[in-house]
Design a protein around this ligand. Structure first.
Ligand SMILES: O=C(O)c1ccc(O)c(O)c1
Ligand SMILES: [Mg+2]
Length: 593
């Protein structure tokens, strides 16, 4: 599989973009005309740089508003084309993207479009250049790939083919199965982009909201399978116009982009039973093994965990870390931290085969994390998420795992029997989509609902990533840009939340102050038993209901960048108390840590 990326995806100057593409391991690039025009380097210098970086120039893009025009405009378009062919020869590029006319076309006639594109192809042939004609979703007369293909067939030139772009096809709801009717060797180029499901005009959707494969709502594996079945053998190229990616670090975005193609090729091959481009199988995690909090001073957390009923299990034999457990919920406190303030630094997932999970993660470009391991200790392998959070995989049961390396504490008292229900990961605005892709590709979780939760400093975007059975759930939150460093929290599930809350209160745990108005609203929303309502009010608990399921939960104070949530799911409750989140965030805002 050859991979390519359009320079328009990235921030920076053309040379900065090319360095970033090479560092991320792309084989080639689509050079955006506008990027070259704005560069101080000559086409020859750009060509030499690409050669030095090992990048091929797969496409020169785009040439606009060519076909379906009157004679005078056509003559001028041929002159423009000739000048761009000169530039392409200096660049050493042999494929040009001509997108369907959106502005100057006045003649809605396929014969005319075919004649004009045919003449362009003949001119290009004298320079050894090929033309890839692409139907833009908002083209004046040609806005459907099947229409572009009919015109190409009419023109019938060996160096005139099509460029397929998943965005233009899927945004319009055009059936991609028709791609298999196109001759594979006439698909000159393939551009891939995902996008969120949005109800807006296609031009704005395309120019601002495209995403890398795996981050949006398009069925891209299905799309790619049609293209490959048609016989396409060219590069998989990314063309993602996205406001965030165009203003954030190019090296990081390029690496993230490259991961999306590895993921897409693997998933497409897996779904179709194809052997090429396969990674180790994606393994659904079977549980959250532990969560690790790191900070220079973790004494507040020790106290809080004890108040909640966790048992102190002791210190590690060889590392400055300690373990607290409550049944299957395991929390590690790590004092070896670069940051003073405690933060959620890592978590572990249970899987069937840890080695293969790590191999798959490394193949997806996740950096290895090294942790010193001494003889007799379990070697837990890990990678770093893009924001540095460490992710470990464990395939041993707790009784024989790393848990046995802790001593000096007591055996679990059973005062609190829990499991980790979910880990809520806050990200900054520029990290959100990258985090979604990392979680879906490297951690093999799928996206569930997404929501917008009002907070005092703006809307918080939230996307839940989970295993289908709900055993592992990672809600990803995008904090508003003005919010302080995003906080993260660990939600621990238990079966007797009211008793846990009473005991925690009696042991001196400070609860979030919930406004009385919240309980008046609960009474209005649900026909609650008055005994339960006054218990919720007395203890400061949150409540929610879905179908015949119920959810009761409360929050600890925030320590640095983390806090704990205790939850009880009754019946088949499957959510996260989303309606309570605005009240919780307002309460946290007025109760500074
Ligand atoms: O938005 C555009 O103009 C544009 C240009 C070139 C493309 O390949 C494309 O898909 C869109
Ligand atoms: Mg395109």
């Amino acid at each position: 599989m050859r991979t390519s990326i359009a320079t328009v995806c990235l921030s920076g100057s053309l040379t900065e973009k090319l360095h970033a593409c090479a560092a991320a391991g792309f084989d080639g690039v689509e050079i955006m005309d506008a990027d070259l025009v704005a560069a101080y380097e000559s086409p020859e210098e750009i060509r030499a740089l690409c050669e030095r970086l090992g990048l091929t120039i797969d496409l020169f893009q785009p040439f606009r508003d060519f076909e379906g025009v009157d004679d005078a405009t056509f003559a001028d378009n041929m002159r423009r084309a000739e000048a761009k062919f000169d530039v392409m020869q200096r660049l050493g590029a042999t494929l040009i993207l001509v997108c369907s006319n959106v502005a100057t076309a006045t003649i809605d006639d396929d014969e005319v479009a075919a004649r004009q594109l045919g003449a362009l192809a003949d001119l290009a042939a004298t320079r050894g250049i090929r033309i890839a004609y692409e139907a833009l979703a908002w083209g004046r007369f040609v806005d459907d790939y099947r229409h572009a293909w009919r015109i190409i067939q009419l023109a019938d030139r060996p160096n005139l083919g099509t460029c397929l772009d998943s965005f233009h096809i899927l945004s319009r709801g055009h059936d991609p199965a028709g791609i298999e009717q196109i001759d594979g060797d006439k698909i000159f180029f393939l551009q891939l982009a995902d996008a969120p499901a949005l109800n807006m005009d296609v031009l704005s959707w395309s120019r601002h909201h495209r995403l890398f494969p795996g981050e949006g709502a398009f069925a891209l594996t299905d799309f790619l399978a049609h293209v490959l079945r048609a016989g396409y053998t060219g590069p998989l190229s990314l063309e993602v116009f996205n406001d965030t990616y165009r203003q954030t670090d190019a090296v990081r975005t390029a690496a993230h982009a490259r991961r999306s193609l590895t993921w897409l090729a693997d998933r497409t091959a897996a779904e179709n039973g194809w052997p090429e481009n396969r990674l180790d199988d994606a393994q659904p995690a079977t549980g959250i093994d532990f969560v690790e909090i790191a900070g220079a001073d973790l004494s507040d957390l020790d106290q809080m965990l004890a108040q909640l009923g966790f048992t102190f299990r002791g210190r590690h034999r060889s590392k400055p870390v300690r373990l607290w457990t409550a049944g299957d919920a395991r929390i590690i406190l790590n004092e070896q931290a670069r940051h003073e303030q405690p933060r959620l630094a890592g978590f572990g997932l249970d899987v069937g085969d840890a080695r293969s999970a790590v191999d798959r993660a490394l193949a997806l470009g996740a950096p290895n994390v090294f942790r010193r391991t001494y003889a007799g200790e379990q070697e837990l392998r890990a990678v770093a998420a893009p924001d540095g959070t460490e992710v470990y995989w464990n395939d041993r049961p707790a009784e024989t795992s790393w848990v046995t390396e802790f001593d000096g504490g007591t055996s679990d008292t059973g005062a609190l029997r829990g499991t980790i229900d979910h880990v809520n990961l806050g990200y900054r605005w520029q990290e959100f989509d990258e985090a979604v892709l990392f979680t879906s590709s490297v951690l093999s979780l799928s996206s569930e609902s997404s929501a917008q939760v009002p907070s005092l400093s703006g809307l918080v975007r939230s996307q839940v990533m989970r295993t289908p059975d709900g055993v592992v759930r990672l809600p990803i939150n995008l904090a508003p840009p003005t919010a302080p460093l995003p906080t993260r929290h660990i939600a621990v599930r238990c079966d007797d939340l009211i008793a846990v809350a009473r005991r925690a209160r009696d042991s001196g745990l400070t609860f979030l102050q919930i406004p009385s108005n919240y309980y008046d609203d609960l009474a209005a929303r649900f026909d609650l038993d008055s005994g339960l309502l006054s218990e919720l009010r007395e203890l400061g608990l949150f409540y929610d209901r879905d179908g015949d399921g119920e959810f009761i939960h409360f929050y600890s104070p925030t320590v640095g960048g983390v806090f704990l949530e205790m939850v009880e799911r009754r019946g088949g409750y499957d959510g996260y108390g989303a309606l309570n989140a605005p009240v919780r965030m307002a309460a946290q805002h007025s109760t500074p840590a």
